[in-house]
Design a binder for this molecule. Structure first.
Ligand code: ZN
Ligand code: MN
Length: 258
């Protein structure tokens, strides 16, 4: 069958069924959030980026991309500015876990036996693992023991040498990369019409005490909503990141899924 799309949602059910029922075709599930990303970027950065990584990886591996999870777990002040900010629209942890468990179980019912969660929102991390764990437990109860699930966050594929090229003046750390050079560069490479770099606030990297307080102290989050400055972002850096992370994810899936 001639393949015309990497997106499962754009296929007819007979084509989809033919592609997945023998269990060999991996399904990639992008998972993000609706979250403010500073004055210069849209609310869906954490969805757009993993969806595009998944699409590129699918083109190279023959995997299919599932519809993304467009809401995620609550924004944490030290990694996403905080859940109190306008636009940020989040799920309770239990809701996200249950939704992910349900979707994995449904793909298993179709015959899928290889799944990769492609995460674009740091705060989802532990809830993804819980959703996977509950799904695998239910599948075991149904006698399905050959499901394999990979979970990854695309930024973990950025190696030290690339960090040195992208951050010649020092790397703030992934926690403070919310709306900073990484995400802004990727968005400039992929969706330049959605980025308004002229509106970006050039703030110093956020500084937090080594503890949290609830309700959050809004004054701890920089007025920009970002946790570091995007001013050094560029489409060229975005292209480097696309290449490095896509190559790394493809290698990981070849290693795990054969
Ligand atoms: Zn983000
Ligand atoms: Mn996020």
């Amino acid at each position: 069958m001639e393949r015309t799309t990497a997106f499962a949602s754009e296929m007819t059910w007979p084509d989809y069924d033919a592609a997945v029922r023998d269990g060999r075709t991996p399904i990639l599930i992008p998972i993000g959030s609706m979250e403010q990303h500073g004055h210069h970027m849209p609310l869906h950065v954490d969805v757009l980026l993993p969806t595009e990584f998944a699409r590129r990886v699918a083109e190279q591996t023959g995997a299919l991309v599932a519809p993304p999870f467009t809401y995620g777990y609550k924004s944490h002040q030290k990694s996403g500015g905080g859940n109190h900010l306008p636009g940020t629209t989040s799920l309770d942890g239990a809701t996200l876990v249950a939704a992910l468990r349900d979707v994995i179980r449904e793909f298993a019912r179709h015959g899928v036996r290889r799944i990769c969660l492609v995460n674009g929102h740091y705060e989802n991390s532990w809830f993804i693992i819980e959703g996977i764990d509950l799904a695998l437990r239910e599948l075991r109860w149904d006698g399905i023991t050959d499901m394999k699930i990979v979970v990854l966050s695309y930024w973990d594929f950025v190696d030290k040498a690339t960090i040195g090229r992208l951050y010649p003046n020092g790397f703030p750390g992934w926690e403070l990369e919310h709306g900073g050079v990484l995400e802004t560069s990727l968005m400039l490479a992929l969706h330049p019409g959605l980025v308004h770099l002229d509106r970006a606030l050039d703030v110093a990297p956020a500084r937090f005490p080594p503890y949290d307080v609830y309700p959050v102290r809004p004054e701890w989050t920089p007025c920009s909503g970002t946790l570091s400055s995007p001013k050094e972002a560029s489409a060229e850096k975005g292209e480097i990141l696309l290449e490095v992370c896509t190559t790394g994810i493809v290698a990981a899936l070849r290693a795990e899924f054969g």
